[in-house]
Design a protein around this ligand. Structure first.
Ligand SMILES: [Zn+2]
Length: 289
């Protein structure tokens, strides 16, 4: 599932594509996408984009926010969630539609934007920026990893009584926005902490490592264009390169990138978890320092 580094790579690709011509036509497949209260098809309203000109592209957590200027005044924002297998591509109009293309925007300069999603866990919504930012899911997101509100002190203050496993706290989008299963395992590995350990056992020094490695891990993954394990592709259809730099995720039984002990894995809360039993040994005492 695309996480912050993959969504950021898509954002940068869309910005690089430099789309400026107005939307000549909006084509939406008949299939429903992501389900749930915030994602009903009637809330999508993507046909509003007809005649609008694309402008800046932002990201919040795992969501893309693409601004479109309306012909009169004001703007619409297209919220895109890539779900499990969603892809965004930009190419010449004569390119045949790929299977599972659920949204195609035809621009007046002859290019098209396609949202392709075989598994249909992705989601689309078009509304004013303020309507999107003041309602779920965006309104429920915690800080971005690079915002001042995301700090070692804030992590400790919020989680020092929590019995949740560290990996599960990192997956909580209210704690920090954008982390999914791959980077949660990688952050714990780089911080040298058993991902199953309860948050209440981490001392401030351990939270400082989690905080620092969260930023470093995500920044490094962005610089490598994200992680492609299966579905993720960038705007040009290419793969990321970060999968070659993973320490533990998806590497059960293979040597740990640091000490060469075989990587362990188990299922925790329905999701696979990976760690090195020697670099991330279970703490002997009560505290993880
Ligand atoms: Zn190791």
């Amino acid at each position: 599932m695309p996480e912050l580094p993959e969504v950021e790579s898509v954002r940068r690709g869309l910005a690089r594509a430099g789309l400026e011509a107005a939307v000549a036509k909006v084509e939406r497949s008949s299939f429903a996408l992501r389900t749930g209260a915030h994602w009903a098809k009637r809330l999508e309203r993507v046909r509003r984009l007809q005649g609008c000109r694309p402008a800046s592209v932002d990201r919040r957590g795992k969501y893309l926010l693409w601004e479109f200027l309306r012909p009169g005044e004001g703007s619409w924002t297209l919220l895109v969630h890539l779900g499990m297998s969603g892809r965004c591509t930009v190419h010449p109009a004569e390119t045949p539609k790929a299977a599972h293309t659920h949204l195609r925007l035809r621009f007046e300069d002859g290019r098209v934007f396609d949202f392709v999603d075989p598994r249909r866990f992705g989601g689309l919504r078009c509304d004013t920026r303020s309507a999107l930012e003041t309602s779920a899911p965006l309104a429920e997101l915690g800080p971005e990893p690079w915002s001042p509100e995301f700090s070692a002190e804030a992590l400790h203050a919020r989680l020092h009584r929590s019995r949740r496993a560290l990996r599960d706290a990192l997956l909580d989008q209210r704690v920090v926005a954008g982390i999914g299963n791959i980077y949660a395992s990688e952050i714990c590995a780089r911080a040298g902490i058993d991902p199953r350990v309860a948050c209440s056992r981490l001392r401030p020094s351990a939270w400082a490592r989690v905080h620092g490695e969260t930023r470093r891990c995500l920044r490094d993954a962005i610089s490598r264009g994200g992680t492609t394990l299966r579905d993720y592709r960038n705007i040009e259809g290419g793969r990321g390169r970060n999968q070659r730099a993973l320490w533990v995720y998806g590497r059960s039984g293979q040597p740990c990138a640091r000490c060469e002990s075989p990587v362990s894995s188990e299922i925790l809360q329905g999701r696979a978890l990976f760690w090195c039993p020697s670099c991330q040994a279970r703490p002997r005492g009560r505290w993880v320092v």
